[in-house]
Design a protein around this ligand. Structure first.
Ligand SMILES: N[C@@H](CCC(=O)N[C@@H](CS)C(=O)NCC(=O)O)C(=O)O
Length: 250
């Protein structure tokens, strides 16, 4: 059995971490069976981050390495049909989303106007007395990470502009295809879903959400994955709900 270690589910989302959700989406798309184990103390994780998995007596960290490991161990995958050009495109989009766009989401949650809501959502399970101290430490850690990575050095409006340029590129590339690489989902769709679901379905308003809402094909892609692989969270949308700017979800 694969044990998926990830943050507790909050806000009605499958996971508030885009990387945990990417991996869970990939697992569901491949049909591999897994069980979730919740992590609330990152100090107890092998690399100080989630997700990580235990499978067949091995522990593997980092969504990319986990997917490589599970693909080879269980002989499954979503990318076998991709050409070498499509693999190159997938790689470039994944890195843009994970190493660039993701940091704008971190900024939005931990530094921008959604800070208080994020703290309430993430630390709501903690004893009230501990929350201010833990909240302060985590906010400081996130600010340091944002400065180290570089995104946190821009002005707020520049951060949102940079992130929305990323999603513009994704939306243009997606066009009217059902999935980024064509008619079938591949790993990069799971990566994209981890972010889209988190921006669109979290109860946080932001310029990130405003922009994605205007990209009908990104909303449709999110709802397509919601309906097929995460119906236990989002249920089956009514036909009227899933017609967005002319893009049909089914
Ligand atoms: N490259 C890693 C990134 C994982 C990652 O950044 N996870 C975040 C949650 S979204 C985390 O654990 N952050 C804790 C921290 O930075 O202290 C992957 O693909 O799994």
């Amino acid at each position: 059995m694969i044990l998926l270690y990830q943050f507790p589910r909050i806000w009605g989302l499958p996971n508030p971490s885009p990387f945990c959700l990417k991996l869970e989406c990939w697992l569901r798309m491949t049909g591999l069976e897994y069980q979730v184990r919740e992590v609330t103390d990152l100090r107890r994780t092998p690399r100080g981050k989630v997700p990580y998995v235990e499978a067949d007596g091995e522990t593997v960290s980092d969504s990319r390495h986990i997917i490589e490991f599970l693909s080879s161990r269980y002989e499954v995958g979503l990318d076998q049909g991709l050409s070498s050009l499509e693999r190159a495109e997938s790689h470039a989009f994944s890195i843009m989303l994970e190493e660039h766009y993701y940091w704008a989401l971190v900024y939005d949650r931990w530094v921008g106007s959604n800070q208080a809501r994020t703290l309430r959502g993430v630390f709501g399970h903690m004893p009230l007395a501990l929350r201010p101290l833990v909240g302060m430490l985590v906010k400081r850690h996130m600010r340091e990470e944002l400065m180290g990575q570089g995104m946190g050095r821009h002005l707020p409006h520049q951060i949102y502009e940079l992130a929305n340029q990323d999603m513009h590129a994704v939306s243009e590339f997606l066009g009217d295809k059902p999935y980024l690489m064509g008619s079938q989902p591949s790993t990069v769709d799971a990566t994209l879903y981890g972010l889209l679901c988190n921006v669109l379905h979290a109860p946080l308003e932001s310029p990130l959400k405003d922009y994605i809402r205007r990209c009908g094909n990104l909303v449709a892609l999110t709802e397509r994955i919601d309906n097929v692989w995460f119906a236990d969270f989002f249920g089956q949308a009514e036909a009227n709900d899933i017609m967005v700017s002319g893009y049909s979800v089914r």
